[in-house]
Unconditional design. Structure first.
Length: 278
């Protein structure tokens, strides 16, 4: 089905817009997969550059190279963003979507640095380009389930929130108990908030070791919290896994031309969100 052109881009033939759309937004064609691979490599390269720029020695020796590579990457991201706006039937909807905002943020900070050198701190924002890799994940068959995983997380949000609230209650209770038991004999348990911090560290099996009980009763409670921590870790994993298995969806990387949402069934003829025909 031909894309309905936006009035601003009427000068572009519909056939060309359709071809650009299939390459950029679809991941099931050969050209689309090649584009996604190139985009993923570009995102990873730009992320590595941001990390290397934070190392003073590398920045001093290769400042010119970093600037050149960042300039090229920014131009490519800007060109890709423009092509996305040109190929979609509703450019303003794309610009306002979460993907559109992330795509825009991928090149705007560097342009602002060029125009306003005093805004060099914005270079850190370029690390948000890494978020764009989630768009590319759908190109690989064994990563197509990423949409299902996100859906499982969303559908399990209430159970997870209840579980987190329960864990919070446990940390407050155990932290308060340890403050009563250790305070006076252990100078590290100075307050209830500090004791709650220790309970969180112990319950999550992190164990920094900066605070530890010295009384026999305190060590006994700490042992119980440690054992309980292993059991608690398995609960959210089981909730999400069960939801993910029960979903049993057959989804593809197809993107709706109208609402830009993904995760449609492989045999779908219409978008399950807005009803637009594929």
């Amino acid at each position: 089905m031909a894309l309905r052109s936006h009035a601003i881009f009427m000068f572009i033939p519909v056939r060309i817009k359709n071809k650009i759309y299939k390459v950029i937004f679809e991941s099931e064609t050969r050209a689309g997969k090649i584009f996604d691979i190139f985009l993923m490599l570009l995102i990873l390269l730009s992320t590595v550059l941001v990390m290397l720029e934070s190392v003073e020695r590398y920045m001093t020796e290769y400042a010119g190279l970093f600037y050149t590579l960042n300039f090229i990457i920014t131009v490519l991201f800007a060109a890709e963003y423009l092509l996305r706006c040109l190929s979609v039937p509703r450019p303003l909807s794309y610009m306002g979507s979460i993907y559109g905002v992330i795509d825009l943020v991928s090149f705007i900070p560097f342009l602002l640095e060029i125009l306003f050198p005093q805004l060099h701190f914005l270079s850190v924002i370029r690390i948000l380009r890494l978020l764009r890799i989630f768009r590319v994940f759908k190109m690989v068959r064994f990563l197509e389930e990423s949409n299902g995983m996100l859906l499982s997380l969303w559908e399990s949000r209430r159970k997870i929130l209840i579980f987190l609230f329960f864990v919070l209650l446990l940390t407050v209770i155990f932290g308060s108990m340890m403050y009563v038991i250790e305070n006076g004999t252990n100078e590290k348990f100075t307050s209830i908030p500090t004791s709650i911090y220790w309970a969180i560290v112990t319950l999550t099996t992190v164990g920094y070791g900066d605070i530890s009980p010295i009384t026999a009763l305190g060590k006994t409670i700490a042992s119980v919290i440690m054992i309980l921590g292993y059991a608690i870790i398995a609960v959210p994993t089981g909730i999400i896994t069960a939801r993910f298995i029960n979903a049993n969806r057959s989804e593809t990387g197809r993107t709706c031309k109208n609402c830009f949402k993904q995760g449609h069934d492989s045999d779908a003829n219409f978008c399950k969100y807005c009803g637009t025909e594929f």
